[in-house]
Write a protein that binds this ligand. Structure first.
Ligand code: SF4
Length: 388
């Protein structure tokens, strides 16, 4: 008998659970993590929200530091980027709903989300999503997150606005990218009933199927431990040559031809992402004291870096040395010790006087038992007690 599990089916994670129904179950129990990039994005969204609500422009907030995001004060790039989003939203006619919580639970159990901006006007609902990141270009067409927000808008406001058309807009200012797409009410509802609803129900089953793939696995919290992904990645490696349909060249059968490499290259993404996810997971677990057979944890010294004790006096000393050697004075302020070494020589006494060496913190590293270095024991409980 199938059993229902309780999982959060978010709009932002919809690309994943719609493509791999097992991901919702697999991600349960993993803590919510954040990154500096995600925090920066949240700071930009916060700025956008305040500006829209208070009818202000972003330049009024230059160098402001929001209490929630102390690491990401409003800088010039944020001011200019978020203003582009504001300009787009303000150019739309209609009633503006800012950071609107929308409920799409008729299709997704407990499904709700918060849309950056929704504008309702004469039977048309426009869902605008600000993407502050610049790592991956996001397009509006078939964007399931924004489509779920559109469904939420239909669900909650249809009795007032009776929308026939839904416009999805992604504003990604740091890539100078605005993507627009529209979907008819009937098509949106057809997708909701025939794709979203059954997939959401399937996702909540105990034996929801796995479907590994590059996009859905990339940000899945379970990608370091998921067997389905591991098998998929290893299968790609094993099938590599079978996937090459062009015949092996008779010219040199020991080397890959450019045609063969061209077929193999796209497959590497899945493989390398999986390798990186597996390593990250194993390293994090080892740092918590977990043991991996035939492996040990060593303490790796931090990297040593060199810098000038004082930039001004280093620049003056460098200029004197350059003059003595009949070379042109460096124009940058000042050049690095490594660059200077190439010109005035490693043994120049100037380095002893003006350079300071700093060594980063030593770090634990999980390595194979055959690697150099003495194993160290990690006891997170004791480590914590020492710090507490
Ligand atoms: S890693 Fe990939 S296959 Fe595994 S649960 Fe996550 S999305 Fe599905």
């Amino acid at each position: 008998m199938t059993e229902l599990i309780h999982a959060k089916l978010s709009a932002s994670g919809s690309h994943r659970w719609l493509n791999c129904p097992a991901s919702a179950r697999m991600e349960e129990g993993f803590p919510d993590t954040t990154s500096s990039f995600a925090e920066e994005g949240s700071a930009a969204h916060h700025l956008a929200e305040i500006c829209l609500r208070e009818e202000k422009n972003t330049d009024e907030f230059l160098e402001c530091q929001f209490d929630e995001y102390p690491e990401h004060p409003v800088d010039v790039e944020m001011v200019e980027s978020v203003q582009l989003y504001l300009d787009y939203v303000r150019n739309l006619d209609g009633e503006l709903l800012v950071e609107q919580r929308v409920d799409f639970s008729p299709w997704v159990p407990e499904g709700f989300g918060t849309s950056d901006a929704i504008v309702m006007h004469e039977g048309v609902a426009t869902v605008v999503d600000l993407k502050y990141g610049k790592g991956v270009r996001v397009d509006a067409e078939d964007n399931t997150q924004a489509m779920l927000y559109a469904l939420g808008a239909l669900n909650e406001y249809d009795f007032i606005y009776e929308c026939d058309l839904f416009r999805v807009v992604i504003v990604q200012p740091r890539l100078d990218h605005i993507s627009e797409w529209e979907i008819k009410r009937s098509d949106l509802l057809e997708w909701a009933e025939n794709t979203v609803k059954p997939k959401a129900e399937l996702t909540l089953q105990e034996e929801a199927p796995f479907n590994p793939g590059e996009k859905q696995c990339h940000f899945c919290k379970a990608n370091g431990t998921c067997k389905a992904l591991a098998e998929h990645a290893l299968q790609i490696a094993a099938d590599g040559f079978e996937a090459v349909e062009v015949p092996l060249t008779v010219k040199d059968i020991t080397k890959l031809s450019n045609e063969e490499i061209a077929v193999l290259l796209p497959q590497l993404k899945t493989l390398t992402k999986w390798v990186s996810a597996l390593e990250t997971h194993a390293q994090a677990e080892a740092e918590k004291g977990e043991k991996f057979p035939n492996h040990k944890v060593i303490l790796k010294n931090g990297q040593t870096s060199r810098s000038w004790k004082n930039d001004d006096s280093a620049k003056r000393a460098l200029n004197r040395e350059f003059k003595k050697l009949g070379k042109e004075e460096p124009t940058s302020n000042p050049i690095s010790p490594a660059q200077a070494e190439k010109i005035i020589g490693k043994t120049n006494p100037l380095f002893d006087k003006h350079v300071v060496k700093t060594t980063g913190d030593a770090k634990y590293k999980l390595v194979h038992e055959s690697a150099k270095g003495d194993p160290v024991e990690i006891n997170p409980t004791e480590d914590f007690e020492e710090v507490a």
